[in-house]
Design a protein around this ligand. Structure first.
Ligand code: ZN
Length: 193
């Protein structure tokens, strides 16, 4: 398992709801959390590791020892939103790139946890921001899609650099062609959704 970077097509994949919690899913979540901590992230969505499932993990302290801050959201849905706040955001699929994004200040999110229980969270601050950012991923939406034209222009060269790096990796055979990536995502989807 690895975190894919922009413009990998898995990041534009619209993920499907999971049907069950089992040991396989728990193992995936563990790997996602380990990758997130290794790169000092505060959240990660399943399609960032090429899994086509509605699944996100979060730890706003980015500290594996802070277990009380570690959360898993299965099939999350944001049901209420309140207020608006603009803050600087980054993303593990866009190393070292940041930009200001407007998000709801407070949200209510419904999801299942790893015990298979339905949970309702009322979140604000950084937790609300991370959940909104990660839920966007599940719909194939990236934080750069929510930047103002001026702020998008400010990181244009960084994005072009990532695109060039991706094209180079593909020429080296490190990244398969789009059709193969799509076929693999569809196969994984059949197994669990
Ligand atoms: Zn992200």
């Amino acid at each position: 398992m690895r975190i894919v970077k922009y413009p990998h097509p898995a990041l534009r994949h619209i993920s499907k709801p999971l049907l069950r919690v089992d040991s396989g899913l728990k193992a995936m979540v563990r790997q996602m959390l380990d990758l997130m901590y290794a790169q000092e992230g505060v959240g990660l969505a399943a399609n960032q590791v090429e899994l086509p499932y509605r699944l996100i993990v979060m730890n706003t302290k980015s500290d594996s020892a802070a277990k009380e801050e570690e959360h898993v959201f299965i099939n999350p849905e944001i049901t209420r939103r309140k207020g608006l706040e603009e803050k600087e955001e980054g993303c593990l699929s866009f190393p070292e790139i940041n930009g200001p994004v407007k998000r709801s200040q407070k949200i209510t999110v419904n999801a299942y946890n790893l015990a298979g229980q339905e949970i309702t969270w009322e979140l604000d601050g950084i937790c609300a921001r991370v959940v909104q950012h990660e839920c966007d991923h599940l719909d194939g939406i990236l934080f750069i899609d929510r930047l103002s034209p001026a702020n998008l222009l400010a990181i244009k060269q960084d994005l072009l650099d990532l695109e060039a790096e991706f094209a180079g990796d593909r020429r080296l055979g490190l990244i398969p062609e789009d059709q193969l990536i799509t076929a693999r995502l569809n196969q994984l989807e059949l197994a669990r959704t």
